[in-house]
Design a protein around this ligand. Structure first.
Ligand code: FFO
Ligand code: ATP
Length: 180
């Protein structure tokens, strides 16, 4: 099996070293996203609650709310599945065993078909739009059965000309990469 695990530790160290810069770049990435028809035409937008190493998603959620759009947040489910549920707001989220803030599960509220899916990652290839994430395979599985538009916000530390990790048969390219 190709070894993405060989790439992750060094890249996570780079993300830590660049964390302040990634946070500083978040506003410009959000502005560029908001200028796209993808954003403007989406009524429901799926994202995650970001960690300090990732592009900040709180401003994105605030902008969506202000524009009358609904934010759906990922919740990790058994068998490496994800469910997307409406954001209950900071006070309504619960922290998973992985330390991620997530909406509580409610089968009646699940929406697996948002108008726009914002996909997190730790590295993106500008040439072919492949991504690598933290390694759970959650998005690879989810995107295999999601037909809607996908976008990733790519801070400079996550941008690579070509994949510096092995691309595998199940990896699904992201349709739109937003860069500075
Ligand atoms: N902010 C944010 N939320 C997100 C993601 C993300 O990349 N960023 N995800 C993107 O996919 C999903 C969660 N991804 C995860 C990826 C890896 C592990 C993980 O490796 N957990 C264990 C090991 C688990 C195991 O191997 O059994 C660990 O931390 O040790 C957990 C969650 C959904 N939410
Ligand atoms: N569609 C799929 N069906 C079954 N298993 C899959 C699928 N996609 C990925 N996997 C498995 O998931 C594991 C993790 O995949 P990978 O290393 O690409 O994660 P990642 O994309 O970095 O993580 P994430 O998507 O959670 O951010 C791999 O061992 C892979 O075999």
């Amino acid at each position: 099996m190709p070894d993405k695990n060989a790439f992750r530790p060094g890249q996570i160290a780079r993300l830590k070293a660049a964390a302040a810069q990634t946070q500083a770049e978040s506003a410009a990435l959000l502005s560029k996203l908001m200028a796209t028809p993808l954003w403007q035409q989406a009524q429901t937008i799926a994202t995650t609650v970001s960690s300090p190493l990732e592009v900040a998603t709180a401003p994105l959620m605030a902008a969506a709310q202000k524009a009358g759009k609904q934010i759906l947040l990922a919740r990790v489910m058994p068998k490496r599945q994800m469910a997307f549920l409406p954001d209950p707001g900071p006070a309504g989220r619960i922290t998973s065993k992985f330390g991620l803030a997530e909406p509580p599960y409610d089968a009646t509220l699940v929406n697996q078909n948002p108008d726009l899916m914002i996909v997190p990652g730790i590295g993106f290839s500008l040439k072919d739009h492949y991504r690598i994430g933290f390694g759970g395979g959650y998005y690879d599985r989810f995107l295999a059965q999601y037909a809607g538009p996908t976008v990733a916000l790519v801070p400079s530390v996550m941008a690579f000309e070509t994949p510096q990790w092995p691309v595998e048969s199940f990896d699904i390219p992201i349709q739109t990469l937003i860069q500075l």
